[in-house]
Design a protein around this ligand. Structure first.
Ligand SMILES: [Zn+2]
Length: 161
């Protein structure tokens, strides 16, 4: 858990960890408040072109220098498809229109769930944004060094329809 609070937001007592509803959660020993944490939502896009897919070489700390499908976090209150298009534009310079949802990917203990869309290009110019070292299109059977093994699973699910 990367977002655990140390102190109770209600009464500022130091929180303790207790099993509540089958999971260890921070609990306030003074007022009894239990901290429940929501998942975070991220979105990534599969942008196909001539049988290849768009990928970015990451300039961010997590997976620096390795490749991944373009995407990022969805802001609270933001429409998921618009977040997807915003992230692709920021990272790759391409304007896209997200279409079919391929799936919602999650794993035990990971606070981030990832929505995956197929998106069609509608314009723009391919150029690495501030969060990318390089951008390019790759054959599915000749993928570069991936930051997240999940991307391979995501692409396999897309290819298998
Ligand atoms: Zn409290």
């Amino acid at each position: 858990m990367d977002q655990e609070d140390k102190f109770c937001p209600s009464c500022a007592a130091a929180l303790e960890t207790k099993d509540v509803f089958g999971q260890d959660r921070p609990v306030c020993p003074d007022c009894g408040r239990v901290m429940f944490y929501d998942p975070k939502v991220a979105v990534i896009c599969i942008v196909p072109r001539d049988g290849k897919v768009l990928m970015i070489r990451r300039a961010t700390e997590l997976g620096y220098g390795q490749w991944g499908l373009p995407g990022g976090y969805v802001d609270r209150g933001e429409v998921v498809e618009l977040a997807a298009a915003r992230e692709v534009l920021e990272e790759t310079g391409l304007k896209v229109e997200p279409g079919d949802l391929i799936g919602l990917f999650s794993e035990p203990g990971n606070p981030v769930m990832v929505a995956v869309y197929v998106a069609q290009e509608t314009g723009g110019t391919l150029a690495a944004g501030p969060e990318a070292l390089e951008v390019g299109f790759f054959d599915l059977d000749r993928l570069p060094d991936l930051a997240f093994p999940r991307d391979r699973e995501v692409l396999a699910k897309w290819k298998d329809g």
